[in-house]
Design a protein around this ligand. Structure first.
Ligand code: T46
Length: 141
């Protein structure tokens, strides 16, 4: 995975009745979940996202079906296939993301460390690159 994105794998509790995955803050993920949303009923040719966040961190899990997530940290770019309910990606701040190639049955669950704020979004790719470059330069000092 590119820096700024981590793969996460959750334990599956399964028995003859089926399967269950539990996600607890502080145990399975290292932030307090302050918001949950899910994306579904998305057309196969639709691209969602196309933005970065200034501070927000989140985990994306395809709990049904599949989709791809393009992630870009300003210097590296990768497309990740999400197609299993026990695997997801942790996306840190200042990572550009685009979600695409949604299957008809895709339900993309997102666990977030903060409440919704439009102020936290960067919608312009060039602006994102400038902010990410500045952040990298500051870290290098
Ligand atoms: C992200 C990707 C993965 C709300 O009212 N509350 C919310 O918590 C969210 C996420 C959205 N909305 C409203 C705002 C828009 O009117 O729902 C509508 C669609 O949201 P948006 O266009 O931002 O959806 P995506 O799929 O482009 O992006 C979303 C998240 O916004 C974003 O944080 O990282 O999913």
């Amino acid at each position: 995975m590119i820096s700024g994105v981590d793969e996460v794998v959750f334990s599956v509790h399964g028995d003859d009745r089926g399967k269950l995955i539990a996600i607890e803050s502080g145990k399975d993920i290292d932030f307090d979940i302050r918001r949950v949303y899910y994306i579904y009923d998305t057309g196969a040719d639709v691209i969602r996202g196309r933005h970065a966040h200034i501070d927000l961190r989140q985990i994306m899990i395809c709990v049904s079906g599949s989709c791809e997530v393009l992630v870009d940290n300003g210097t590296q770019r990768e497309t990740v296939l999400l197609n299993a309910p026990d695997r997801g990606i942790f996306i840190h701040a200042l990572v550009w993301r685009e979600m695409l190639s949604f299957s008809r049955d895709c339900v993309l669950l997102v666990l977030v460390d903060r409440l919704y704020s439009r102020e936290d979004y960067i919608f312009d790719y060039n602006e994102f690159r400038s902010v990410a470059d500045a952040e990298r330069n500051e870290e290098a000092l």
